[in-house]
Design a binder for this molecule. Structure first.
Ligand SMILES: NC(=O)c1ccc[n+]([C@@H]2O[C@H](COP(=O)([O-])OP(=O)(O)OC[C@H]3O[C@@H](n4cnc5c(N)ncnc54)[C@H](OP(=O)(O)O)[C@@H]3O)[C@@H](O)[C@H]2O)c1
Length: 248
């Protein structure tokens, strides 16, 4: 029970990495609120996570939504010990294919979303709280065709450093996790055929030194470490969990 009596918010906790992390945090004794936009998933997620979970609707790009979520959490939990700013979006695009809509979508979900999530919950973070930002292995190295997503995630990585300084006096720790290619529903949301998705996943797996994509639980365990009191001396860092993809 590494998170006994702790309260956590996980944005984008209705799918993939966020959902796996919610399951693990609850198993380790935490009360967890997860958020998402698509309400059609909420009943299934509630049933899966059980009575120690809240499932709340909100778009991380909306300060109004995030303030409403923060108000609900204040009422339900009293304060927060852990925030996993996990909601995010990735889409491959060569530089010539970037248009205004794609630019806004990638930058706003990944960067604005993290800024407003933090701003909304800031008054309710308890002393000693741990805030974990979800970045990506794509920002670790130069890669073809994913520059906008990589730039957005590099901005998020920078926020973990700056905010670590800004909140030293409140003993709030900020760290990032950079997942590698993780087998979640994300890629299936790109609007391509099942066959295309299967082929891309096979290509990803082949390019990863350990020979396979990661599981959402691989990231959940890293988040558990950063959320727990075992990591109180870890501040402003980025933990890369990518099967060696960006490091070997
Ligand atoms: N999977 C990978 O290979 C990989 C690699 C590196 C980094 N990451 C990062 O890991 C994080 C989670 O990704 P995942 O793979 O678990 O994706 P996923 O399965 O698609 O889950 C994404 C979650 O974020 C929520 N979300 C998306 N946009 C949102 C918004 N504007 N406001 C609120 N919630 C929003 C989704 O719910 P709704 O759609 O209902 O809003 C869902 O709960 C992302 O930040 C992603 O960039 C993933």
């Amino acid at each position: 029970m590494r998170l006994k009596n702790k309260s956590a918010l996980i944005t984008g906790g209705t799918s993939g990495i966020g959902l796996a992390t919610a399951r693990l945090f609850i198993a380790e004794g935490a009360r967890v609120a997860v958020t998402g936009r698509d309400e059609s998933a909420f009943e299934r997620v509630k049933a899966e996570l059980g009575e120690n979970a809240l499932v709340l609707k909100g778009d991380v790009r909306s300060l109004k939504d995030m303030r409403a979520i923060a108000a609900e959490l204040k009422e339900q939990f009293g304060g927060l010990d852990i925030v996993f700013a996990n909601a995010g979006w990735a889409f491959p695009s060569a530089v010539n294919d970037i248009n205004e809509d794609l630019y806004s979508e990638i930058m706003d979900i990944n960067v604005k979303g993290v800024v407003f999530t933090l701003q909304a919950v800031l008054p309710d973070l308890r002393e000693g709280a741990s805030v974990i930002l979800n970045t990506s292995f794509v920002a670790q190295t130069g890669q073809h065709g994913i520059s906008l997503t990589a730039a957005a995630k590099a901005a998020v990585r920078s926020l973990a450093r700056s905010w670590s300084y800004e909140f030293l006096d409140r003993k709030i720790r900020f760290n990032a996790i950079a997942p590698g290619a993780i087998n979640t529903p994300l890629i299936s949301k790109w609007g391509m055929s099942d066959e295309w998705v299967r082929d891309r996943k096979a290509e990803f797996a082949e390019a990863i030194p350990v020979g396979h994509m990661g599981k959402p639980e691989d990231i959940a365990y890293a988040a558990l470490y950063l959320a727990s009191d075992e990591s109180t001396y870890v501040v402003g860092t980025e933990l890369v969990v990518d099967g060696g993809a960006s490091q070997l």
